[in-house]
Design a protein around this ligand. Structure first.
Ligand SMILES: [Zn+2]
Length: 267
């Protein structure tokens, strides 16, 4: 079976000491591709460089696919000029990018930093940019489905994207599917207390789901206190096979198809 981690911050310092070894181990576990979202202007070049360097003729490593974007946690120092810079970077690197992200709205940060309107402005800009470049978007949410859904409806795009680290109700999930999005399934489902999300994941069509780790964030149940790793994608997958009725091979195959569909990659 082959897998894709649809969300991993490989550019973060946690990975720098032993990245090559980690990637070789990922490939040996069947992880054939890793999508690397960017979080702020300071790491765009690092994400692009890391992906380019790894992909240049390195067998036995996953293919790394870069995204560019501005995460809602990192807005305090940023202004309109950084959005324009994002447009310029996107134009310059459009042949390599697989998505815009990660972007989105974080309700907890909005309250703490009183910056909801800035978050909305940055999110809307990135939704429009993705549409112009015919790219999907990687969407961060936290206590914000009610803010994100109307904006996705308003900026409806045929290129859809991924609701990263999805947690929520069946109804919320259905709304995202109807808007052309797939749902990133990660460590959340490994926690027994995530009853609502687990029940949602059980009922959705397989065509709705992609796998992710969000490493180094979001450690799985049983691995708390450690930095998360893309290798844990296999544990997320195993957890998913216990939640779903279909045979593991069927789940794995469909989920890779879903990735190809979102990112327009060849089967
Ligand atoms: Zn992330």
């Amino acid at each position: 079976m082959r897998f894709t981690d649809s969300h991993c911050h490989l550019d973060f310092d946690e990975f720098s000491a032993s990245l090559t070894e980690l990637l070789i181990n990922c490939a040996a576990s069947g992880i054939q591709r890793i999508i690397v979202p960017a979080t702020e202007p300071d790491n765009w070049l690092k994400v692009l460089g890391l992906c380019a360097q790894n992909n240049s003729g390195q067998a036995q490593r996953p293919r790394l696919l870069p995204c560019l974007g501005i995460h809602p946690w990192f807005l305090s120092e940023l202004s309109q000029q950084h959005l324009e810079q994002l447009t310029a970077f996107t134009r310059q690197h459009s042949n390599k990018l697989v998505a815009i992200g990660e972007t989105g709205i974080d309700g907890v940060i909005a309250e703490k930093e009183d910056n909801l309107s800035k978050q909305i402005a940055f999110f809307e800009y990135q939704l429009q940019l993705a549409g112009e470049w015919q790219l999907p978007v990687i969407v961060h949410h936290r206590k914000s489905h009610h803010k994100i859904i109307p904006l996705l409806k308003q900026h409806k795009s045929p290129y859809g994207g991924i609701i990263h680290a999805f947690s929520g109700s069946y109804q919320e999930a259905k709304t995202y599917l109807d808007l052309g999005f797939k749902l990133g399934i990660g460590g959340t489902i490994t926690y027994d207390r995530a009853v609502k999300t687990i029940n949602t994941v059980k009922r959705l069509p397989l065509s709705a789901l992609v796998l992710e780790t969000d490493a180094p964030s979001m450690p799985l149940s049983g691995f708390q206190g450690q930095s998360n790793s893309p290798l844990r994608l296999i544990n997320v997958f195993e957890c998913l096979t216990r939640i779903r009725q279909e045979p593991a091979e069927v789940i794995a195959r469909q989920i890779e198809k879903n990735i190809n569909e979102v990112f327009r990659l060849p089967d």
